[in-house]
Design a protein around this ligand. Structure first.
Ligand code: CP
Length: 308
């Protein structure tokens, strides 16, 4: 297990023990067992070619809390990309300015390309509909805190994914990671937005059962964790098709009446219509706590790849 200098491009590059190691360190970060000057003298560049609130700001907060500094942009339109500079050339510049790069990009594979030309670690902050590995670390951390048996293996967890499973990069990463653990997966998606075959095959190979269910209500009644996702409007090839299904996946407080008492609802956020505001006041809502876990988890990841 060697983290120093390592790129974080795909969750598939990490073993079970790697995942557990990051979660353990995140717990220690949350407990306050860290030196606030740990990353003194280190500089992070956050290159966000797509909008973000949580990923960019929690990486930046994590870096600052550990004594590091941050440069970057959240509007590629104000950079030389606008003049035609390639992503590879941009990375060749930034690696000379910073010790670590966090990249979000609309194209699948952009983070892998960046990692191939960068001499400093690249963390994928989300590439198209492909992967979002740092989100997965915080999702696993959240699930493990709620249900310690995820890590102890002391019983099976039932986890339902609902919404846009085709274009949702968070569910692609999380499904891949969960295949290291004792879980049963339930999948609920509008027609045409089902989980791509490659992920289903990955689960099958790992011996993890994936069952497609027709309705959200079916998932609610069986799940320990319901992982909701937003319909990824920006990745829909046809706006008319999006309009047609935009209201088809919405969970309300009334729908939770038959849920198990311990059911927890997660969502990578932002939410749009898929979780009604009245769910927030129920004991099942856990998505804001989940987002808060981004700080210790990203502190752990950054510390590890910087060898601090
Ligand atoms: N979960 C997540 O990636 O949120 P942002 O798009 O706000 O970064």
């Amino acid at each position: 297990m060697q983290f120093t200098g390592r790129h974080v491009v795909s969750i598939a590059d990490f073993t079970r023990s790697d995942l557990v190691h990051v979660l353990d360190l995140a717990q220690r970060m949350e407990n306050g067992e860290f030196d606030t000057r740990r990353l003194d003298g280190k500089l992070m560049a956050t290159l966000f070619f797509e909008p973000s609130t949580r990923t960019r700001l929690s990486f930046e907060a994590a870096m600052l809390k550990l004594g590091g500094k941050v440069i970057g942009f959240s509007d590629a339109g104000s950079t030389s990309t606008k003049k035609g500079e390639s992503l590879a050339d941009t990375i060749r510049m930034i690696e000379r300015y910073a010790d670590i790069i966090v990249l979000r990009h609309p194209r699948d594979g952009a983070a892998r390309l960046a990692s191939e030309v960068s001499n400093v670690p690249v963390i994928n902050g989300g590439d198209g509909g492909n992967q979002h590995p740092s989100q997965t670390f915080l999702d696993l951390y959240t699930i493990a805190k709620l249900f310690p048996k995820l890590l102890t293996g002391d019983g099976e967890l039932t986890i339902a994914f609902a919404g846009d499973l085709r274009y949702g990069r968070t569910v692609h990463s999380l499904l891949t990671a969960l295949c290291h653990f004792r879980v049963k997966l339930l999948l609920v998606a509008p027609r045409g937005l089902e989980m791509p075959d490659q992920y289903l095959q990955h689960a099958t190979k790992a011996g993890v059962s994936c069952t497609e269910l027709p309705t959200l209500q079916d998932a609610i009644s069986q799940a320990d964790v319901l992982y909701m996702t937003r319909l990824q409007e920006e990745r829909f090839p046809d706006p008319l098709e999006f309009d047609h299904i935009r209201h088809s996946y919405r969970i309300t407080a009334a729908m939770l009446v038959g849920a198990q008492k311990h059911l927890r609802i997660l969502h990578p956020l932002p939410r749009v219509n898929e979780i009604s505001r009245d769910v927030d006041a129920t004991p099942h809502a856990h998505y804001f706590t989940q987002a808060g876990n981004g700080i210790p988890v990203r502190q752990a990841l950054v510390s590890l790849v910087l060898g601090a």
